[in-house]
Design a protein. Structure first.
Length: 223
């Protein structure tokens, strides 16, 4: 009978600590992001689809990097009013040394894999990495802004185009590692005219979230 009134399992204090580093809906309007609303938290348990690298010898590195599982992870997502931009944020904590190894794998993927394919059901989806020198999001400048390897932090940002020409999704991800913790901030939209209004809205949204999320994650380090 006593089992019917058993005390609930205590919340993981580590998860609560990580959750405080996530952007909240209440912070969006002051950052000029009032067009965005919070979505249900995405699952972090799903495995990514199988991937094949080009060159093939990097397939194992590619799948290890994107399939890496953290010891603890919290996530949130936001979407703008017309559903054209989705922003996913995750903050994770890995066992000592694992976050640095994961970032090293991600750097190798982006440096050595110009493209790869994902197997989703019967479909093969091609993913292409945008040359950072040609990316209007200026990822190398963003990396310099948030990376401080002397202080234990490093940053990596790249844009990928997924799908056939004319129907490509644009996926830009910023990774920031601070010790054994990592921030993942991903912007998803359709790839369109780089000078069109949608591109300008995406740039404004990215600027707003890049002001909010890394600052909250890194805290006094950015001071």
């Amino acid at each position: 009978m006593s089992q019917l009134f058993a005390e609930p399992e205590p919340a993981d204090p580590g998860l609560e600590d990580l959750a405080r580093l996530l952007v909240t809906a209440a912070e969006l309007p002051a950052a000029g992001l009032g067009d965005f609303t919070e979505l249900a938290s995405p699952s972090s348990d799903e495995d990514p689809p199988p991937m094949t690298a080009s060159p093939p010898e990097l397939t194992a590195v590619l799948n290890r990097a994107f399939g890496d599982k953290a010891a603890r992870e919290v996530r949130t997502s936001f979407m703008n009013a017309d559903s054209s931009i989705v922003v996913d944020e995750g903050v994770s904590e890995r066992v000592p040394g694992a976050a640095a190894a994961w970032m090293a794998d991600m750097r190798r993927v982006y440096a050595e894999c110009a493209s790869w394919t994902m197997s989703v059901g019967d479909d093969e989806i091609t993913v292409q990495v945008v040359d950072p020198a040609e990316d209007p999001g200026e990822p190398l400048k963003v990396e310099q802004r948030f990376g401080d390897e002397g202080g234990g932090a490093e940053a990596l940002m790249r844009t990928m185009l997924a799908g056939p020409p004319g129907q490509q999704a644009r996926i830009t991800t910023l990774l920031v590692r601070d010790g054994d913790r990592a921030l993942e901030l991903t912007f998803r939209s359709l790839a369109g005219d780089p000078d069109g209004p949608d591109a300008h809205r995406l740039a404004a949204a990215m600027a707003g979230f890049l002001d909010l999320a890394p600052a909250k994650f890194l805290g006094p380090r950015l001071g």
